[in-house]
Ligand binder design. Structure first.
Ligand code: GLC
Length: 578
């Protein structure tokens, strides 16, 4: 950019800020000292699929410890472990039967302590997943609670009488089917927002809350660096349980009836006081349906958590609720608006940047048009991940450019929600083929196929039979091959991560979106004092002109093409310094 244009740009920016001060944001971090979790990224591990050291076909804690140097090479400051507690594994660990013990499939408490210590030696903290909305139906608390209507834990869960032998309300669980399950022993129904085997806890009972806080403190005492708090928006239920507006099948998603019920923040502030306060930890909660404008009440000094995974940018395909076969086409301007709204809403707090996790399809297949080159797409998304304002979250395999794995029959899917979504689609009149198409696109198993370490059988994940098939691209998409290739997705991640970790502008700078109406380009800039970095990504499969006014004279410092043109090629991503 030449000097005249730069000055013009600066004046325009200042005027824009005067007219609408919310256009410039992110200044809060400039004034205060940074926390460790703001300076580096987080790597998310799904232990079941990471590395198996016993030949069981299932990953384990020792496998994670063995790969710590690999994880450290990504420049991360923490690892978020999805649940490793004792569990019947109906929902792969999100159905917990003992909050303070490690499931033998994953190892022992001694293995856990070793992981914490070895990670610490590499300046990496372990973040535990707290699943406090529900337990497993095999948890001793539930076994006692269901045994009678007057045992000491009788009201630890949500029990209701039915209406003339039918469920108390028309609520549908998030995994499909009624959210109520009849229990012969008590002659009552219990509520389960997720699977039948995941009964919801009754947070109104102070003894329940105390027991949960004690469990969290158990892990803090073992030296964990923080928590990812699961499905937290559902813990508070409405005072009255009534039928909700019915879909065609007569049911109403429990999500619409219970998410973020008023009063929930009182519970959460107590949680913060009893567990988080006084510790140098990172807390990030999963909060589907908390809108960007509500974020200030949930995060930051006056809120409860350090950051919140809200779903607005990953749910843009689901404007009518998260039923897969009602998905709409991806629209770039919606995606950008969601991200910008969240960046704006967290200008005084913090934001966890994520495009993948264990519940979402692989991003190279999710946010780009059909026919997009997957390597370019993986690098393009990485470019956004590391240049937005907040802590980047990398989900295992994302740094290798993992793609969706389509299985050819519903029976091949392990994920309980994929089966529920398939049944919903079939009940709505879709053929087997049509229903399967949506499962292939959105199944959580897309993110759960085993890590691909090398080109040996089962991608080096296990010597046994993997619990879920390895993706058939493993011979070329794996950590070993990619670490030896300078141009791989993996080495792109490593370089970008180093760059982000050492860039004050990227860590502290303000965020401002340019060209918000474009359905082709995502362009934003980060500014700190007189320094400016600009990210531009072409989301199409054709060439797109670069608006000269924005980039004239800018210096390219990163890109997913080796050279530079005066237009953006398909899926091209560039970081400019201005
Ligand atoms: C969260 C988890 C998901 C789990 C659900 C129920 O959404 O991320 O994997 O199935 O909660 O615990």
């Amino acid at each position: 950019m030449n000097r005249r244009n730069f000055i013009k740009g600066a004046i325009a920016l200042t005027v824009a800020a005067m007219i609408n001060p919310t256009e410039l944001f992110g200044t809060a971090t400039a004034a205060t000292a940074l926390k460790w979790w703001q300076k580096k990224s987080v790597y998310q591990i799904y232990p079941k699929s990471f590395l198996d050291t016993t030949g069981s076909g299932t990953g384990d804690l020792r496998g994670i410890t063995r790969r710590l140097d690999y994880i450290a090479s990504l420049g991360v400051g923490a690892i978020w472990l999805t649940p490793v507690y004792v569990s019947p594994m109906v929902d792969n660990g999100y159905d917990i039967a003992d909050y303070t013990a490690i499931d033998p499939r994953f190892g022992t408490l001694a293995d856990f302590d070793e992981l914490v210590a070895e990670a610490k030696a590499r300046d990496i903290r372990i973040i535990m997943d707290l699943v406090f909305n529900h337990t497993s139906d095999k948890h001793p608390w539930f076994i006692e609670s269901k045994s009678s209507r007057d045992n000491p834990k009788a009201d630890w869960y949500i029990w209701r009488d039915g209406k003339k032998n039918s469920a108390p309300t028309n609520w549908r669980s998030i995994f499909g089917g009624s959210a109520w399950q009849w229990c012969d022993e008590r002659q009552q129904f219990y509520l389960h927002s997720f699977a039948t085997a995941q009964p919801d806890l009754n947070w109104e009972n102070p003894a329940v809350r105390r027991a949960l806080y004690d469990a969290a403190n158990f892990w803090l005492n073992r030296g964990v660096g923080g928590f990812r708090i699961d499905a937290i928006v559902y813990i508070k239920k409405p005072r009255n349980f009534v039928d909700g507006p019915a879909d065609a099948d007569g049911t109403c998603s429990v999500h619409n009836m219970t998410a973020a019920t008023p009063g929930i923040l009182d519970f959460l502030h107590e949680f913060r006081r009893e567990v988080f306060d006084g510790h140098d930890i990172f807390t990030v909660a999963e909060a589907n349906s908390v809108k960007p404008e509500d974020l200030p009440a949930w995060v930051g000094e006056r809120g409860v958590f350090n950051a919140l995974f809200e779903f607005s940018h990953v749910n843009i395909m689901f404007p009518h609720g998260e039923v897969w076969h009602r998905a709409e086409l991806f629209k770039l301007s919606d995606f950008k608006r969601a991200l910008s709204d969240s960046q704006r809403a967290t200008r005084d707090s913090w934001y966890p940047i994520y495009f993948e996790n264990h519940d979402k399809p692989r991003s190279v297949d999710n946010f780009f048009p059909h026919g997009t080159d997957k390597i370019l797409a993986a690098k393009a998304l990485a470019t956004i991940l590391f240049t937005l304002r907040g802590t980047p979250f990398i989900y295992q395999g994302q740094e290798l450019g993992f793609a969706n794995a389509a299985f050819d029959s519903i029976d091949a899917y392990d994920d309980i929600s994929s089966r529920g979504q398939y049944d919903l689609a079939r009940a709505d009149g879709l053929s087997d083929k049509e229903a399967l198409r949506f499962v292939q696109k959105f199944s959580r198993d897309n993110a759960r196929t085993p890590m691909q370490w090398d080109s040996s059988p089962n991608a080096g994940f296990t010597d046994g039979k993997p619990w879920l098939p390895v993706h058939d691209d493993f011979a070329t998409v794996n950590a070993d091959v990619e670490s030896r290739d300078e141009n791989s997705v993996l080495n792109f991640y490593r370089r970008l991560s180093d760059f982000r970790n050492s860039s004050d502008v990227l860590i502290r700078g303000d965020y401002r979106e340019l060209l918000p109406a474009s359905e082709e380009l995502y362009v934003f800039e980060r500014t700190l004092a007189d320094k400016k970095i600009c990210t531009a990504v072409n989301f199409t499969t054709h060439d797109v002109a670069i608006p000269a006014k924005i980039f004239d004279g800018a210096r390219k410092i990163f890109g997913n093409y080796p050279d530079e043109k005066n237009f953006l090629r398909p899926t091209e991503a560039i970081i400019y310094e201005l």
